[in-house]
Design a protein around this ligand. Structure first.
Ligand code: PDD
Length: 285
Protein backbone atom coordinates (compact mmCIF):
# COMPACT_ATOMS: atom_id res chain seq x y z
CA UNK A 1 0.00 0.00 0.00
CA UNK A 2 1.52 3.35 -0.98
CA UNK A 3 1.55 5.81 1.87
CA UNK A 4 -0.47 8.97 1.93
CA UNK A 5 1.78 11.95 2.62
CA UNK A 6 0.99 15.61 3.21
CA UNK A 7 2.54 18.32 1.06
CA UNK A 8 1.47 21.95 1.23
CA UNK A 9 -2.18 21.40 2.04
CA UNK A 10 -2.70 18.22 0.02
CA UNK A 11 -2.93 14.57 1.03
CA UNK A 12 -1.33 12.58 -1.80
CA UNK A 13 -0.02 9.08 -2.58
CA UNK A 14 3.72 9.25 -1.85
CA UNK A 15 4.69 8.77 -5.53
CA UNK A 16 2.68 11.85 -6.53
CA UNK A 17 4.08 14.18 -3.87
CA UNK A 18 6.69 16.62 -5.12
CA UNK A 19 8.60 19.67 -3.98
CA UNK A 20 10.71 22.13 -5.98
CA UNK A 21 14.41 21.56 -6.75
CA UNK A 22 14.83 25.19 -5.61
CA UNK A 23 13.49 24.42 -2.16
CA UNK A 24 15.77 26.00 0.47
CA UNK A 25 15.43 22.92 2.64
CA UNK A 26 17.18 20.99 -0.15
CA UNK A 27 19.73 23.70 -1.08
CA UNK A 28 20.59 25.23 2.32
CA UNK A 29 19.12 22.89 4.98
CA UNK A 30 17.00 25.99 5.66
CA UNK A 31 14.33 23.96 7.39
CA UNK A 32 13.19 22.63 10.74
CA UNK A 33 11.65 19.30 11.63
CA UNK A 34 9.92 17.30 14.33
CA UNK A 35 9.44 13.60 14.96
CA UNK A 36 6.35 12.63 16.95
CA UNK A 37 5.75 9.04 18.04
CA UNK A 38 2.44 7.23 17.68
CA UNK A 39 1.42 4.63 20.27
CA UNK A 40 -1.88 2.79 19.91
CA UNK A 41 -2.86 5.10 17.06
CA UNK A 42 -2.45 8.23 19.18
CA UNK A 43 0.15 11.00 19.25
CA UNK A 44 2.66 11.18 22.09
CA UNK A 45 3.28 14.66 23.54
CA UNK A 46 1.86 16.57 20.59
CA UNK A 47 1.84 19.85 22.52
CA UNK A 48 5.51 19.57 23.46
CA UNK A 49 6.53 18.96 19.85
CA UNK A 50 4.27 21.74 18.53
CA UNK A 51 5.72 24.17 21.06
CA UNK A 52 9.33 23.29 20.17
CA UNK A 53 8.49 23.55 16.46
CA UNK A 54 7.14 27.07 16.97
CA UNK A 55 10.30 28.00 18.86
CA UNK A 56 12.60 26.55 16.15
CA UNK A 57 10.70 28.51 13.48
CA UNK A 58 10.84 31.71 15.50
CA UNK A 59 14.63 31.37 16.10
CA UNK A 60 15.06 31.24 12.29
CA UNK A 61 12.63 34.12 11.61
CA UNK A 62 10.18 31.79 9.86
CA UNK A 63 6.45 32.17 10.32
CA UNK A 64 4.32 29.34 11.75
CA UNK A 65 2.46 28.13 8.64
CA UNK A 66 -0.12 25.97 10.41
CA UNK A 67 -2.07 26.50 13.62
CA UNK A 68 -1.67 23.84 16.33
CA UNK A 69 -5.21 22.62 15.69
CA UNK A 70 -4.61 22.35 11.95
CA UNK A 71 -1.34 20.50 12.55
CA UNK A 72 -3.01 18.07 14.95
CA UNK A 73 -5.71 17.41 12.33
CA UNK A 74 -3.12 16.69 9.63
CA UNK A 75 -1.20 14.32 11.92
CA UNK A 76 -4.35 12.51 12.96
CA UNK A 77 -5.55 12.13 9.39
CA UNK A 78 -2.20 10.71 8.24
CA UNK A 79 -2.20 8.29 11.18
CA UNK A 80 -5.67 7.04 10.27
CA UNK A 81 -5.21 6.97 6.47
CA UNK A 82 -1.95 5.04 6.79
CA UNK A 83 -3.30 2.71 9.48
CA UNK A 84 -0.51 3.60 11.92
CA UNK A 85 -0.92 1.79 15.21
CA UNK A 86 2.68 2.29 16.39
CA UNK A 87 5.17 4.42 14.52
CA UNK A 88 6.41 7.92 13.85
CA UNK A 89 5.23 11.07 12.15
CA UNK A 90 7.90 13.21 10.50
CA UNK A 91 7.23 16.89 9.86
CA UNK A 92 9.44 19.30 7.96
CA UNK A 93 8.92 23.00 7.29
CA UNK A 94 11.27 24.86 4.96
CA UNK A 95 11.60 28.54 4.06
CA UNK A 96 10.18 27.61 0.64
CA UNK A 97 11.50 27.65 -2.92
CA UNK A 98 13.37 30.60 -4.44
CA UNK A 99 16.29 31.21 -6.81
CA UNK A 100 19.47 30.12 -5.05
CA UNK A 101 20.73 32.98 -2.92
CA UNK A 102 22.27 33.01 0.57
CA UNK A 103 19.97 35.88 1.55
CA UNK A 104 16.50 34.79 2.64
CA UNK A 105 13.85 35.21 -0.07
CA UNK A 106 10.91 37.60 0.16
CA UNK A 107 9.04 36.90 3.42
CA UNK A 108 5.89 36.21 1.37
CA UNK A 109 7.52 33.14 -0.23
CA UNK A 110 5.23 30.21 0.60
CA UNK A 111 6.87 27.79 3.00
CA UNK A 112 7.07 24.09 2.19
CA UNK A 113 5.28 21.85 4.67
CA UNK A 114 5.76 18.10 4.42
CA UNK A 115 4.54 15.34 6.72
CA UNK A 116 4.80 11.59 6.40
CA UNK A 117 4.37 8.55 8.61
CA UNK A 118 6.60 5.55 9.32
CA UNK A 119 4.95 2.41 10.61
CA UNK A 120 6.93 0.72 13.41
CA UNK A 121 4.87 -2.15 14.77
CA UNK A 122 5.82 -2.91 18.37
CA UNK A 123 7.71 0.38 18.75
CA UNK A 124 7.34 0.20 22.54
CA UNK A 125 8.73 -3.37 22.69
CA UNK A 126 11.98 -2.75 20.80
CA UNK A 127 14.35 -5.68 21.48
CA UNK A 128 17.21 -3.18 21.95
CA UNK A 129 15.57 -2.10 25.22
CA UNK A 130 16.32 -5.56 26.63
CA UNK A 131 19.95 -5.74 25.49
CA UNK A 132 20.90 -2.05 25.61
CA UNK A 133 22.94 0.00 23.16
CA UNK A 134 26.68 0.24 22.66
CA UNK A 135 27.91 3.77 22.03
CA UNK A 136 31.21 5.11 20.73
CA UNK A 137 32.27 8.68 21.43
CA UNK A 138 33.40 11.26 18.90
CA UNK A 139 34.04 15.01 18.89
CA UNK A 140 30.91 17.15 18.57
CA UNK A 141 31.54 19.04 15.34
CA UNK A 142 28.01 20.39 14.84
CA UNK A 143 27.13 24.08 14.67
CA UNK A 144 26.46 26.09 17.83
CA UNK A 145 22.65 26.27 17.73
CA UNK A 146 21.75 22.66 18.44
CA UNK A 147 18.71 23.86 20.36
CA UNK A 148 17.07 24.61 17.00
CA UNK A 149 15.80 21.40 15.41
CA UNK A 150 17.13 21.99 11.90
CA UNK A 151 17.54 19.35 9.19
CA UNK A 152 21.34 19.81 9.12
CA UNK A 153 21.93 16.19 10.11
CA UNK A 154 25.00 15.30 8.09
CA UNK A 155 27.44 15.35 11.00
CA UNK A 156 25.22 13.17 13.24
CA UNK A 157 24.90 10.75 10.28
CA UNK A 158 28.69 10.66 9.90
CA UNK A 159 29.06 10.12 13.65
CA UNK A 160 26.59 7.24 13.58
CA UNK A 161 28.46 5.58 10.69
CA UNK A 162 31.80 6.03 12.50
CA UNK A 163 30.25 4.41 15.59
CA UNK A 164 29.01 1.49 13.51
CA UNK A 165 32.46 0.98 12.04
CA UNK A 166 33.68 0.52 15.62
CA UNK A 167 30.99 -2.08 16.30
CA UNK A 168 28.76 0.29 18.29
CA UNK A 169 25.10 1.17 17.69
CA UNK A 170 25.29 4.93 18.08
CA UNK A 171 27.61 7.80 18.94
CA UNK A 172 27.80 10.12 21.92
CA UNK A 173 29.31 13.46 20.99
CA UNK A 174 31.87 15.14 23.22
CA UNK A 175 32.80 18.81 23.52
CA UNK A 176 35.26 20.43 25.95
CA UNK A 177 35.66 17.12 27.75
CA UNK A 178 31.95 16.54 28.37
CA UNK A 179 29.25 14.54 26.59
CA UNK A 180 26.76 16.78 24.81
CA UNK A 181 24.22 14.23 23.50
CA UNK A 182 23.71 11.28 21.17
CA UNK A 183 23.33 11.62 17.40
CA UNK A 184 19.54 11.75 17.77
CA UNK A 185 18.90 11.47 21.49
CA UNK A 186 19.73 13.02 24.86
CA UNK A 187 22.32 11.28 27.07
CA UNK A 188 22.18 10.38 30.77
CA UNK A 189 24.13 8.52 33.42
CA UNK A 190 23.10 7.28 36.86
CA UNK A 191 25.62 7.47 39.71
CA UNK A 192 24.79 6.61 43.32
CA UNK A 193 21.06 6.81 42.54
CA UNK A 194 21.35 10.28 40.98
CA UNK A 195 20.29 10.78 37.35
CA UNK A 196 22.75 13.11 35.62
CA UNK A 197 22.09 14.79 32.27
CA UNK A 198 23.47 17.88 30.65
CA UNK A 199 21.61 21.12 31.41
CA UNK A 200 19.65 22.84 28.63
CA UNK A 201 21.51 25.35 26.50
CA UNK A 202 22.41 25.90 22.86
CA UNK A 203 24.79 22.87 22.99
CA UNK A 204 21.96 20.31 22.91
CA UNK A 205 18.47 19.80 21.57
CA UNK A 206 15.84 20.37 24.24
CA UNK A 207 14.35 16.91 24.02
CA UNK A 208 10.62 16.59 24.51
CA UNK A 209 11.17 13.08 25.87
CA UNK A 210 13.89 14.48 28.16
CA UNK A 211 11.44 16.98 29.68
CA UNK A 212 8.82 14.27 30.27
CA UNK A 213 11.31 11.73 31.67
CA UNK A 214 12.85 14.25 34.09
CA UNK A 215 9.39 15.27 35.29
CA UNK A 216 8.37 11.63 35.81
CA UNK A 217 11.68 10.84 37.56
CA UNK A 218 11.17 13.72 39.99
CA UNK A 219 7.56 12.67 40.58
CA UNK A 220 8.89 9.20 41.43
CA UNK A 221 11.20 10.83 44.05
CA UNK A 222 14.34 10.21 42.00
CA UNK A 223 17.12 12.82 42.22
CA UNK A 224 18.09 14.61 39.01
CA UNK A 225 21.22 16.68 38.47
CA UNK A 226 21.42 18.75 35.28
CA UNK A 227 25.12 19.23 34.57
CA UNK A 228 27.76 18.13 32.05
CA UNK A 229 29.44 14.74 32.60
CA UNK A 230 32.65 13.29 31.16
CA UNK A 231 33.15 10.06 29.23
CA UNK A 232 35.19 8.64 32.16
CA UNK A 233 32.33 9.41 34.56
CA UNK A 234 29.92 7.68 32.21
CA UNK A 235 32.15 4.61 31.85
CA UNK A 236 32.37 4.25 35.64
CA UNK A 237 28.66 5.02 36.23
CA UNK A 238 26.08 2.56 37.57
CA UNK A 239 23.93 3.04 34.46
CA UNK A 240 23.64 5.03 31.26
CA UNK A 241 20.73 5.64 28.92
CA UNK A 242 19.37 7.85 26.16
CA UNK A 243 15.94 9.32 25.42
CA UNK A 244 14.16 10.35 22.23
CA UNK A 245 10.73 10.34 20.63
CA UNK A 246 11.62 7.23 18.64
CA UNK A 247 13.57 5.27 21.29
CA UNK A 248 11.69 6.46 24.41
CA UNK A 249 14.15 5.49 27.20
CA UNK A 250 16.90 3.19 25.91
CA UNK A 251 19.64 1.72 28.15
CA UNK A 252 23.30 2.16 27.15
CA UNK A 253 25.47 -0.77 28.23
CA UNK A 254 28.85 -0.04 26.68
CA UNK A 255 30.84 3.15 26.04
CA UNK A 256 33.94 3.02 23.82
CA UNK A 257 34.24 -0.72 24.37
CA UNK A 258 33.98 -0.48 28.18
CA UNK A 259 30.89 -2.06 29.80
CA UNK A 260 28.80 0.22 32.01
CA UNK A 261 28.60 -1.61 35.39
CA UNK A 262 27.86 -5.26 34.50
CA UNK A 263 27.04 -4.41 30.87
CA UNK A 264 23.30 -5.02 31.14
CA UNK A 265 20.38 -2.51 31.27
CA UNK A 266 20.12 -0.94 34.72
CA UNK A 267 17.06 -0.72 36.97
CA UNK A 268 16.63 3.07 36.75
CA UNK A 269 16.59 3.07 32.95
CA UNK A 270 14.23 0.08 32.86
CA UNK A 271 11.88 1.68 35.38
CA UNK A 272 11.89 5.06 33.62
CA UNK A 273 11.16 3.36 30.30
CA UNK A 274 8.19 1.58 31.83
CA UNK A 275 6.80 4.71 33.49
CA UNK A 276 7.38 6.85 30.40
CA UNK A 277 5.63 4.45 28.01
CA UNK A 278 2.73 3.94 30.42
CA UNK A 279 2.23 7.68 31.00
CA UNK A 280 2.66 8.47 27.29
CA UNK A 281 -0.02 5.98 26.32
CA UNK A 282 -2.38 7.54 28.86
CA UNK A 283 -1.79 11.13 27.77
CA UNK A 284 -1.54 10.51 24.01
CA UNK A 285 -3.97 12.44 21.79
N1 PDD B 1 15.80 13.14 17.24
N2 PDD B 1 19.01 15.28 20.54
C1 PDD B 1 19.04 15.24 19.20
C2 PDD B 1 20.27 15.73 18.50
C3 PDD B 1 17.94 14.74 18.46
O1 PDD B 1 17.97 14.71 17.12
C4 PDD B 1 16.81 14.27 19.18
C5 PDD B 1 15.59 13.74 18.47
C6 PDD B 1 16.83 14.32 20.58
C7 PDD B 1 15.66 13.86 21.42
O2 PDD B 1 14.59 14.77 21.31
P1 PDD B 1 13.08 14.28 21.48
O3 PDD B 1 13.01 13.63 22.80
O4 PDD B 1 12.30 15.51 21.41
O5 PDD B 1 12.82 13.29 20.35
C8 PDD B 1 17.94 14.84 21.22
C9 PDD B 1 14.68 12.64 16.46
C10 PDD B 1 13.92 11.55 17.13
C11 PDD B 1 15.17 12.26 15.07
O6 PDD B 1 15.97 13.02 14.56
O7 PDD B 1 14.74 11.25 14.52
Amino acid sequence: MPRTVYVNGEFLPEAEATISVFDRGFLFADAVYEVVSVLGGRLVDFDGHAQRLERSLSELAMPVPLSRDALLEVMRRLTVENGIEDGLIYLQITRGAADRDFAYPDPDTPQTVVLFTQSKPGLADAPAARTGLKVATCPDLRWGRRDIKTVQLLYPSMAKMAAREQGADDAWMVEDGAVTEGTSNNAYIVRGGVIVTRQLGSEILHGITRAAVLRLAREAQMTVEERPFTVEEAQSADEAFVTSASAFVMPVVEIDGRPVADGTPGPVARRLREIYIEESRKAAL
